[in-house]
Design a protein. Structure first.
Lengths: 601, 407
């Protein structure tokens, strides 16, 4: 069955994390009969194992529903998006495929940082917005205040706001009607040349790449030869279909429709998100593509057991097939051996990838402290990108050290404003504005180094606001700062994996913390060990591990001999596997402990 | 290591018949059971109660198991061919002094039936001070015991209580005098680095011990063995071990104090007046041959090492049903055996004599030492007088950290 554009509505649901997008999607699927009641389960679109486990949406989903309104049948294409900042780019991609958005606000939590960010994103994309207050079934719901907050922060007319409960289904019928009546049908010429936007993809073991498309104009049929403009390749369409919510084959897709395309594409490398698909005979111009998501956070990932390097590479390759948003390149650390430097969209993204690696590939990983990408202008005027602290040249060669800055918006309870401002000041934030959304809640905007944000801002914000504060950030550019590289030395030898970059005035405090931690983790050796933190050749912190004084088995009689010999032989083997730096054996455990403490110091 | 479980033949002969076919044949490789071993250890696993730090094979408060134990030992002994006359005999435990004189007599009779006692030069019996009276000492001496190893541990009431010992400082002093009166060689065991113990308390213990004029002294740093109550308490943080530096200080002080008084330290924890080293124990450290009887007892003959089941119940059950008491055995290659001799020899203060080493092992010492030799000399861990090499005091103190490199 195909629909003319007048009977199609493409929309997404946007909200702050946990405000109920996926649950609302469940209700829509149910009311439209897309999913039978007995197959229904909570957040049915969140089918990644990690999504179900964490209760959050990580990947955007598309689903086609049928809905009868005033005797006519409509196709409603819903795109569910993640709410977490790290996956913001998924939201922008989805927005480009839609004419409208349902903006969900939690009736208890009210407007939060990503509500604002996502709403503005939708407005910038000129989407029609249906504002919704969800969870009105909750006793703590404070609908009037939230209406006020929406008006203040987003300029939304309270009269336009629909009240729903995704849990009980209350208000969902009105919402479906609003989707048809308030959202515009897709524009675009059904008779025109084929022009489809690639907005996502996933890899299917048997069928190869599954490309998610939204038809902007024209139609596409099975068997047709199509061209991917950006990739510069031509493929024959093997299968077309829609998500209902499972993949269901259709012979053709029409203007305005959302669906998938399979064309015997062997690797996701060949699928560029934002690419334009057009017909070979009658080509259309390319659509404006998306910006590739920017990797904000880098860290080193090393197999805890050096033998597992190849396993780790395979696992990373496998993961990146379905998540092209993270990247990895091999690197070697003196301290940790061979491993990979990986780039992520943010901290949550990093954590998720690490978990998936450990679970799906059964690998033990050592992860170095996360860092951002710095820019250095050398004395010779060259600009270099620094992905890891070891790459920072000597101070003498640096003309300017720049770091990525972000605009952070935080929505916090009014009584916490003081402590949040203090927090931001400590994190080198520059205040931009403060605005009251309601008598009890305010929005604070700061410009801040990204490094400070990823360091611990989110956790600290949660703790000073007793869990009520929310934040969002966007990259605004690079700015020069007084930054230094701090090295950690063990008996005078630099432990590369422990170097870090920080603001000069923090160097001593953080250097001391790392040095202390490392001291406690090192076993006593036959000689004294100096553990130092240094900027260039200047030592800023020092601890000493005294030499081993006594380690001798007191009793060694008949049966002890065999036992001891075996134990010592094992010890000897174990020692071979330790990393030795400046004659000092450092266990993997010691590295981990120091790296883990990185975010506390 | 391979474990020999059920033997091919299970029938067991009556204990102590003369010419019994040695059953051990099926349970150990042949070279292990040759009848040329003249040193025997007997493990007597009975104690009044179990001390919290103890990980030995012990059945505390189960005196009812003494008769079955004697029966089992008799069966175990009967597995062996008639041996050569014994030179050294060691009764350890547990608390050998805890069993009755009759029981001790029965055990000795079985033993000497298999291993003639005529040539015995050293017979040590471990004893708990509370068991030691003049009468007991006299009886022991009469039977041929030459040496009593007295588990004094401390003279301080608080420390003794902490260690869960059942005697007092006074009992210990009286027991020592009784041993002297019977004309037996006296060895005293002490424990140091007990939680809360100060250096001065330790000095006091050692001075008291010396005042009893023993011939031999063993000073053991308290060890936290997995499986003991002490170990569990340590892991749960209910007690704190003495800090490494303080323990080192106590140990060094003891070495110096004793040396100043004419004692010879001849092994990590052992000191003797001239001529009073424990010969039996020296066998352990020099790669000598010895047989062990009783639960958990270990034996060695020329690179073959084996050990009995540790649980008393297992040990009893297996012997009663004609199964092997041996839990595991292994054979070391000549090279591994040589390395072992070197490593354990270096825990002795005489060190390792080059000529002795070559004769005993068939290998030159140099290649084994070469990888560490220069470094250890340079760091003052090793001494070499051209004839033998030995660890320095400092080397001995950190020997667990360095000896593995020789294996
Ligand atoms: N009481 C009540 N709870 C709701 C309602 N809607 C959603 N929830 C609950 O709110 C929590 C979050 O719901 P989700 O649908 O996973 O939220 P989400 O916006 O998709 O979250 P992300 O995808 O992680 O951003 C779940 O525990 C839901 O059961 C509602 O109307 N009433
Ligand atoms: S007396 Fe000796 S063998 Fe018996 S439990 Fe105490 S420490 Fe262990
Ligand atoms: Mg969701």
């Amino acid at each position: 069955m195909s629909f003319d554009p007048q009977h199609i509505r493409n929309f997404c649901i946007i909200a702050h994390v946990d405000h109920g997008k996926s649950t609302l999607a469940d209700r829509l699927l149910e009311k439209t009969g897309t999913v039978e009641a007995r197959q229904m389960r909570d957040q049915i679109l969140d089918d990644l194992e990690l999504e179900r486990q964490r209760g959050i949406t990580i990947k955007a989903r598309a689903v086609a529903m049928h809905y009868e309104h005033e005797g006519e049948l409509y196709e409603l294409n819903l795109i569910d998006t993640p709410g977490h900042v790290d996956f913001q780019y998924e939201v922008s991609r989805s927005l480009a495929c839609c004419e409208g958005a349902i903006l969900v606000v939690d009736a208890v939590q009210g407007v939060e940082a990503q509500t604002v960010a996502n709403a503005f994103l939708a407005m910038d994309n000129e989407l029609a917005i249906i504002p919704v207050i969800n969870k009105i079934d909750l006793r703590a719901a404070r609908v009037d205040e939230v209406l006020q907050e929406m008006q203040h922060s987003l300029g939304i007319d309270p009269k336009e706001v629909l009240l729903v409960s995704a849990k009980t289904g209350q208000g969902v019928d009105q919402l479906l009607q609003a989707v048809v009546t308030r959202l515009p049908p897709p524009a675009g010429d059904p008779q025109g040349p084929l022009q489809a936007m690639v907005f996502d993809s996933h890899y299917d073991e048997y069928r190869g790449a599954v490309v998610y498309v939204r038809l902007m104009s024209g139609r596409i049929e099975v068997g047709q030869k199509v061209r991917f403009l950006k990739a510069g390749v031509t493929h024959e369409v093997a299968e077309l279909g829609k998500f209902r919510p499972r993949m269901t084959a259709f012979p053709a897709l029409e203007t305005g429709e959302v669906g998938y395309l399979i064309a015997n594409i062997k690797s996701l490398d060949q699928v560029h998100i934002g690419d334009t698909v057009t017909s070979v005979q009658q080509p259309a111009p390319a659509l404006p593509g998306y910006r590739r998501p920017k990797r904000m956070v880098y860290c080193g990932l090393y197999p805890a057991d050096g033998q597992e390097f190849n396993e780790l590479r395979e696992a990373l390759e496998k993961l990146s097939i379905n998540d092209p948003s993270f990247e990895f390149v091999p690197e070697t650390s003196d301290a940790l051996g061979p491993g990979f430097r990986c780039g992520f969209l943010g901290l949550l993204h990093m954590e998720i990838i690490q978990q998936r690696l450990e679970r799906e590939a059964d690998l033990d990983l050592v992860q170095t402290a996360p860092n951002v990408i710095y820019e250095i202008v050398t004395r010779s005027g060259e600009v270099i990108e620094v992905h890891r602290p070891q790459e920072v040249p000597d101070a003498g060669q640096i003309a300017e050290f720049r770091q990525p800055m972000v605009r952070v918006s935080m929505i916090v309870p009014s009584e916490a404003i003081g402590s949040v401002m203090k927090l931001c000041q400590d994190r080198r934030g520059e205040p931009q504005s403060t605005e009251y959304l309601s008598p009890t809640r305010a929005m604070l905007i700061y410009h801040m180094p990204l490094a400070e944000v990823i360091y611990d801002l989110h956790d600290k914000l949660k703790s000073v606001t007793r869990g009520y504060g929310t934040m969002d950030y966007e990259f605004i550019g690079y700015a020069p700062a007084d930054l230094v590289r701090v090295d950690i030395l063990v008996n005078g030898k630099r432990v590369d994996a422990l170097s870090f970059i920080c603001h000069r005035s923090d160097a001593e405090r953080r250097g001391r913390a790392v040095v202390k931690k490392l001291k406690n983790e090192l076993d006593r050796h036959l000689f004294e060990i100096a553990v130092q933190a240094a900027i260039g050749s200047r030592v800023i912190a020092r601890e000493t591990v005294p030499a081993l004084r006594k380690n001798v088995t007191a009793k060694c009689y008949g049966g002890d001999i065999t036992r001891k010999r075996k134990l010592w032989a094992k010890q000897r083997e174990g020692k071979k596997r330790l990393k030795s730096i400046g004659n000092v054996d450092i266990s993997q455990r010691a590295f981990m402990a120091v790296l883990e403490s990185g975010s506390e110091s | 290591m391979s474990a020999m479980e059920s033997p091919p033949q299970a029938e067991l002969h009556a204990p102590a018949g003369p010419r019994v076919l040695p059953q051990v044949r099926g349970w150990l490789p042949e070279p292990a059971w040759r009848a040329d071993i003249s040193s025997v250890y007997v493990h007597i696993p009975f104690c009044r109660h179990r001390c919290g730090y103890c990980s030995f094979t012990v059945a505390a408060g189960r005196d009812d198991l003494v008769p079955p134990f004697l029966e089992a030992i008799a069966r175990e002994l009967a597995l062996w061919p008639l041996g050569p006359p014994l030179k050294t005999l060691y009764w350890g435990g547990g608390t050998p002094s805890h069993i009755s004189l009759q029981a001790a007599d029965q055990l000795a009779a079985e033993l000497f039936h298999r291993f003639p006692a005529d040539g015995l030069v050293e017979w040590t019996v471990e004893a708990n001070p509370s068991d030691v009276t003049d009468e007991w000492c006299r009886q022991m001496a009469q039977r041929g015991v030459t040496r009593i190893s007295l588990g004094v541990q401390s003279f301080d009431e608080g420390k003794l209580r902490f260690l869960e010992r059942d005697h007092t400082g006074r009992t210990a002093r009286e027991a020592a005098r009784a041993v002297h009166r019977a004309g037996l060689v006296l060895s005293v065991d002490l424990i140091f680095a007990v939680p809360g113990e100060s250096l001065s308390l330790w000095k006091h213990d050692l001075q008291e011990a010396c005042s009893l004029e023993p011939h031999h002294l063993s000073t053991y740093a308290l060890t936290w063995e997995p499986g003991t109550r002490f170990y569990a308490a340590l892991k749960k943080g209910r007690v704190t071990a003495v800090a490494e530096d303080q323990e080192a200080q106590m140990y060094e002080w003891a070495i110096e104090y004793l040396q100043d008084r004419g004692w010879q330290q001849y092994e990590v924890s052992n000191f003797a007046l001239s001529g009073y080293r424990c010969r039996h124990n020296e066998l352990y450290w020099t790669g000598g041959n010895y047989l062990g009887f009783g639960p958990g007892a270990a034996s060695h003959r020329r690179g073959y090492r084996w050990m009995n089941h540790r649980s008393l119940w297992n040990y009893l059950r297996r012997l009663r049903s004609g199964q092997s008491p041996i839990a595991e055995w292994e054979v070391l290659s000549p090279e591994s055996m040589a390395r072992e001799r070197l490593v354990f020899g270096l825990r002795r203060c005489d060190g390792v004599d080059r000529r002795w080493f070559a004769v005993q092992t068939g290998f030159e010492l140099e290649p084994f030492l070469a990888p560490v030799y220069d470094l250890w000399l340079a760091w003052g861990l090793l001494e070499d007088d051209g004839q033998s090499v030995r660890l320095t005091r400092r080397g001995l103190m950190v020997s667990d950290a360095i000896l593995p490199e020789l294996l």
